[in-house]
Design a binder for this molecule. Structure first.
Ligand SMILES: C[S@@+](CC[C@H](N)C(=O)[O-])C[C@H]1O[C@@H](n2cnc3c(N)ncnc32)[C@H](O)[C@@H]1O
Length: 302
């Protein structure tokens, strides 16, 4: 029987002012820290405890880069008339020509981009390292609350001299992070915290106007239980047992409702994609973001 949890779980359970006097509202639970501490030694083994995250990495990098490219405005009227469905009217060769032209204009605009990125719940750095290697990235700051995982992240990144000065890991609660970032990422982390609304609130505070928050988590439904817990943990055993708890999963509609309630005029959902693990074939995006795992991109408007 699947427990029913309402959207209220996303809403902070303590008034922030009161909460911050007593403890950090974005703290990780002891159980979660203990679990990830145990998994730390095999974090970078592509067939080890984090195999599923290694496999997911290309899909999330594709998602992030696609959204960034789509956010670049090309205003050259010779190339592009906004809203004109050229693919529907022109022969394939002509459409391809327009697309190539648009691509090179976007490349040109992104050539000088230098994004500062905050990766929340960075773990051992599977995503953070790749983000730091992108030519559009100036610097990535990864924060996490599991000490051994941060240690593994630091040791692993030290092996690549190209990452020197581009990537920094901190054992730090989100409340203690200062400054604002062009991009904030929070992948496969929200389903491991007690008060996800507080993570969202702080993640949003750390984002610059016009910045983009990228997140991924898991819908709370039967399909998710079947794929991520029953199949993933017990049948295929690609995820360590006890990693996931259905009651902590968050529906994509709840994230959208949270933004609607808390940031009604300052956000725009750029995209939400379902993602599915296909044994032997890795992860693939699909168009049903309301079941199973999903990626989401939210822009801060001002
Ligand atoms: C499944 S791992 C995901 C790691 C990384 N984001 C990735 O996708 O490769 C979840 C991570 O979230 C971290 N975490 C859990 N609760 C946290 C919290 N409240 N604050 C910061 N990190 C937390 C854990 O220590 C763990 O490293």
């Amino acid at each position: 029987m699947i427990p029913r949890v309402t959207v209220r779980r996303l809403v902070p359970q303590l008034r922030p002012g009161v909460a911050s006097l007593r403890f950090k509202t974005t703290s990780a639970s002891k159980d979660e820290i203990g679990h990830f501490q145990e998994l730390a030694p095999t974090w970078w083994d592509v067939n080890g405890s984090q195999r599923i995250l290694h496999l997911m990495n290309n899909s999330r990098l594709d998602f992030i880069q696609r959204i960034i490219r789509q956010s670049v405005k090309v205003e050259d009227p010779d190339t592009y008339i906004p809203g004109f469905q050229y693919k529907a009217f022109f022969p394939q060769q002509v459409s391809q020509g327009i697309e190539d032209d648009l691509d090179s204009k976007i490349n040109e605009k992104l050539k000088d981009a230098q994004f500062n990125v905050l990766d929340i719940g960075c773990g051992g750095g599977i995503l953070a390292e790749c983000l730091a290697r992108l030519p559009i990235t100036r610097h990535v700051t990864g924060v996490d609350l599991t000490p051994d995982v941060i240690k593994v992240a630091r040791e692993h990144s030290a092996k690549d001299p190209a990452l020197s000065g581009k990537l920094e890991y901190r054992l730090q609660a989100l409340e203690e992070v200062e400054g604002t970032y062009d991009l904030v990422t929070c992948f496969e982390m929200l389903e491991h915290v007690d008060v996800p609304a507080e993570i969202l609130r702080h993640a949003w505070m750390r984002l610059k106007p016009q910045g983009i928050l990228f997140l991924s988590t898991i819908n709370r439904d039967f399909i998710s239980w079947f794929t991520t817990i029953f199949m993933g943990e017990y049948v295929l055993k690609v995820v360590p047992k006890g990693t996931h708890h259905l009651t902590k999963y968050i529906k994509s509609s709840e994230i959208k409702e949270w933004f609607q309630e808390n940031e009604p005029h300052t956000h725009k959902i750029l995209d939400t994609k379902g993602v599915m693990y296909r044994p032997f074939n890795g992860w693939a995006e699909h168009d049903c973001p309301d079941i199973g795992n999903y990626f989401m991109a939210i822009k801060k408007l001002n």
